[in-house]
Write a protein that binds this ligand. Structure first.
Ligand code: HEC
Length: 305
């Protein structure tokens, strides 16, 4: 379409709703909006570069279990957002960001569309979970450029590693809720290599509290804290790879049989094991630790408690 025609089509679309008193179904407005709003994505069957982003899970129109790739250029052709971030722990100061909203990737790619749960997976199996609710509250963005630079020009992480090929940040993360002593945690992974799209309920079923007291306030608080924190490195048996090798059932046994050691480890792993890589949670108060134990205990059979 020539520029002139596009401009005419745009005008018609802007004016039509006033005449017709509603959004017309097959009007020129659809075509005029297409370049901005519909993401024409071609999923590639083969990786063509280490910087390609892997895409898997429930993908619209694709067989389940299939794995695809998007190149940086594919992602750069999508609608970009630009903003300046301060307060992200991965950056040493205010940083200009350019990237694609996770919400628009869910709309474009997932069977569940806007409702999909997105899981960002890192090269060391660290995971970050983005529900529809989290996306609506915080507008997480898959970052393509920092201060105008591609990943080769990005600053290093605090432990001196490259933060590419992708990382995720927010325009302005403000915790939206508090669970016992814990403010909601920002999910800001770097070294992201894959995005998975899932049905939220199906994905969380294996970690939903199990026993008759599943609805107890403490169990539910423990579930919330575990999902925001522990799930980034640990997970159910069904998860093939975990950064923190211990599975949910393993943590459950530990919490149930040695609650004091569990509390000590969760607050300060290095005090118990010098080589521990797990970050400590010194701010977890007694009620938060008790909630975690109550939640994990629901995964242990009564005989083992
Ligand atoms: C950033 C990754 C990460 C997060 C988040 C994390 N862990 Fe871990 N965890 C690990 C790793 C890695 C290990 C293996 C030992 C180590 O290096 O600390 C581990 C080990 C453990 C152990 C076993 C200790 C032992 O002596 O065998 C327990 C119990 C545990 N984690 C519980 C938790 C709980 C509960 C949470 C959430 C409150 C949590 N972890 C969050 C990475 C993590």
């Amino acid at each position: 379409m020539s520029r002139y025609l596009a401009a005419v089509a745009f005008c018609i679309c802007a004016i039509l709703p006033f005449f017709r008193g509603g959004a017309p179904k097959a009007s020129p407005s659809k075509r005029a909006e297409a370049p901005q709003n519909s993401l024409k994505l071609v999923l590639r069957a083969q990786r063509s570069s280490p910087s390609d982003l892997e895409i898997s899970g429930n993908l619209a129109g694709q067989p389940s279990g299939a794995k695809y790739y998007l190149s940086r250029d594919d992602l750069l052709r999508l609608h970009q957002v630009n903003f300046s971030v301060s307060g992200d722990p991965n950056f040493s100061g205010p940083t200009k960001v350019k990237g694609v909203e996770l919400a628009s990737l869910a709309r474009a790619l997932a069977v569940e569309g806007e409702k999909a749960l997105i899981v960002a997976v890192c090269d060391d199996w660290y995971r970050a979970y983005y529900s529809q609710q989290y996306r609506q509250l915080h507008q997480p963005v898959l970052v393509l450029e920092l201060d105008g630079q591609p990943p080769e020009g990005w600053p290093k992480s605090k432990n001196g590693l490259a933060m590419g090929p992708y990382l995720i940040t927010h325009p302005n993360f403000v915790p939206s809720s508090k669970t016992l002593s814990q403010e909601e945690e920002a999910q800001v992974p770097w070294g992201v290599i894959r995005l998975e799209f899932h049905d939220e309920q199906t994905e969380f079923t294996p970690i939903s509290p199990r026993s008759r007291n599943a609805a107890d306030a403490a169990v539910q608080s423990g579930y919330t804290v575990a999902r925001q924190n522990c799930l980034r490195c640990h997970g159910p048996e069904s998860q093939e790879h975990l950064k923190g090798k211990l599975t949910w059932d393993g943590i459950a046994l530990f919490a149930s049989q040695a609650p004091q050691n569990f509390a000590a480890y969760v607050r300060n792993p290095k005090a118990l094991s010098k080589e521990a890589q797990m970050p400590g949670n010194p701010n977890y108060d007694d009620a938060t630790i008790a909630a975690l134990i109550a939640y994990f205990r629901t995964f242990v059979s009564p005989a083992q408690r």
